[in-house]
Design a protein around this ligand. Structure first.
Ligand code: GSH
Length: 222
């Protein structure tokens, strides 16, 4: 039996969704974030030393890191569903997206969160300097990098509804979190990213996505 160690408002929502898409049996153990630090509780370190979510257990296996979890679940329990056939060009594209989502796309979104908090949490006297530095980093690095990645993703959806092609795959589940976060934070624009915004609408309409929300409890991906 798979157990998902699910941190509130986190990437682990994707794993619940994947399990629902595959109609697998699983249990959810929910963890709340610390209100002040927004970090996971120490109890999550009893499952994996980093104490990050998602992490799943499957009998004696402890599987961490979203891309690895998605790949593991599809390989071990998918029975050929939600992934292209190994050895095909589609399979290579699928693998690319599984790595790209956390490896390349999340960092510019995370950097924005970090520099937003540099601005808001700076002590009063240091605020003007903190704002000036954060503003420069956002202007010169973070926003151009976000534009580079999200314009690229937009172009990838021009010919097909899903990232690997005409069929929905676990790569779409993997990319959902950064694309949803970008939509919620105003990084995506109606005039510039209509395909990505339509992708968000499409995934939200899937019955398995809605079922995963009811299994995971309250979820604010922004
Ligand atoms: N690249 C990792 C990131 C894991 C991660 O940072 N998870 C966040 C939740 S979105 C977390 O556990 N944050 C709480 C903490 O760091 O204490 C993955 O995709 O699994």
């Amino acid at each position: 039996m798979i157990t998902v160690h699910h941190l509130a408002d986190s990437r682990s929502q994707r794993v619940l969704w994947l399990l629902e898409e595959l109609e697998l049996d699983y249990e959810v153990v929910r963890y709340e974030r610390d209100r002040a630090t927004y970090l996971a509780p120490a109890s999550l370190k009893r499952v994996h030393p980093l104490g990050k979510s998602p992490v799943i257990t499957d009998d004696t296996n402890v599987v961490a890191e979203t891309g690895h979890i998605v790949d593991y679940v599809v390989r071990c329990h998918g029975q050929g569903r939600l992934a292209p056939e190994v050895g095909t060009p589609e399979y290579e594209r699928y693998q690319y997206w599984l790595h790209y989502a956390e490896g390349s796309l999340m960092p510019p979104l995370l950097l924005q969160l970090v520099f937003d908090s540099v601005e808001t949490r700076a002590p009063l006297l240091a605020k003007p300097v903190a704002k000036a530095i954060a503003g420069q980093v956002k202007k010169q690095f973070i926003r151009p990098q976000q534009a580079l990645h999200f314009d690229y993703l937009e172009s990838c959806l021009a010919a097909h509804p899903w990232f690997v092609g005409d069929s929905f795959t676990a790569a779409d589940v993997m990319l959902s979190f950064p694309v949803e976060a970008a939509a919620a934070r105003g990084v995506l624009r109606n005039d510039r990213h209509p395909q990505l915004l339509a992708f968000v609408d499409r995934i939200h309409a899937r019955p398995a996505y809605k079922q995963a929300l009811s299994r995971g409890g309250e979820y604010a991906y922004a």
